[in-house]
Design a protein. Structure first.
Length: 276
């Protein structure tokens, strides 16, 4: 008969408890927050680590520039019209379309337009860079790896039916990790703070002022205690919300799409269903 293995000593059990590695993502996040509370990590480092972990759970459709807001150039436009578009938008690259917006035939770099104005005899079609097409369900960590490998900065997003759903840039992905990056495809106008997506949900920037939110949704929230929608959500929960968390405020269902340890970025708002 083999002797039974000796039980670990109290010191060994305590060491195992203290040195235990996290077994899942939630334990890892809790460990990171514990390190932050003990001043082993600063807020910026914690936010970046949380962002790096979050990109593996997010999909392209969560962050893409919607089709309606894409600044595209038609292959049939004149060189003067293309140049005017580049100057007006101040973008560095444009999707170029053929017969319609679903027919993206390539990417035009704004700097290449200088070749036309320099008198070079070259067709616009010959200056186009290949367009990269990706499904809207692609994970952001996979996309970031592909961007780095291919050295592309933009991809055209297609939906399940093969139609163009929008575009995404490498800056869009990186800002999920490091926070907001001023991108040429970002929008500053208040009208762009609330956008209706193809699924019928409203994507709302957390910095949207309560007054504008009330005007858009017909609500009557007070702005005495908080100025923005993000502030209202934090106030209702009594703490900083987590990504994916849902809160019901009056008749509105509000889901947190993007948030880190410091602030809320984007919300998904559903209007109440009106009985027929």
């Amino acid at each position: 008969m083999e002797p039974s293995p000796s039980r670990p000593s109290l010191l060994e059990r305590l060491s195992a408890l203290l040195m235990r590695e996290p077994e899942d993502r939630e334990q890892l996040i809790a460990l990171l927050h514990s390190a932050f509370e003990r001043n082993l990590l600063d807020a910026d480092a914690l936010s970046i680590i949380e962002g790096a972990l979050a990109v593996s759970e997010m999909q392209v459709r969560d962050i893409m520039v919607p089709r309606a807001q894409m600044e595209a150039i038609s292959i049939d436009d004149t060189a003067a019209a293309m140049t005017a578009k580049a100057i007006e938008t101040a973008h560095s690259r444009f999707p170029v379309t053929g017969e319609n917006r679903d027919d993206v035939i390539g990417i035009l770099l704004a700097k290449d337009l200088l070749r036309l104005h320099a008198g070079e005899d070259i067709a616009v079609r010959d200056m186009l860079r290949p367009a990269i097409f990706i499904p809207d369900s692609k994970r952001l960590n996979v996309l970031l790896r592909e961007f780095r490998a291919s050295r592309n900065h933009m991809a055209i997003v297609v939906d399940e039916y093969g139609g163009v759903a929008g575009l995404v840039t490498i800056e869009d992905v990186l800002e999920q990790i490091v926070g907001d990056i001023e991108d040429e495809y970002d929008f500053d106008e208040a009208a762009d703070n609330i956008l209706l997506d193809q699924a019928g949900h409203y994507r709302v920037k957390a910095t949207t002022e309560i007054v504008d939110f009330n005007a858009a949704f017909g609500t009557h929230f007070s702005d005495e205690e908080f100025d923005t929608v993000g502030g209202m959500v934090i106030h209702r929960l009594g703490r900083m919300p987590r990504r994916g968390e849902v809160v019901q405020i009056d008749n509105l269902r509000i889901q947190v799409l993007r948030a880190d340890s410091r602030r809320v970025h984007t919300l998904l708002v559903d209007r109440p269903q009106v009985a027929s």
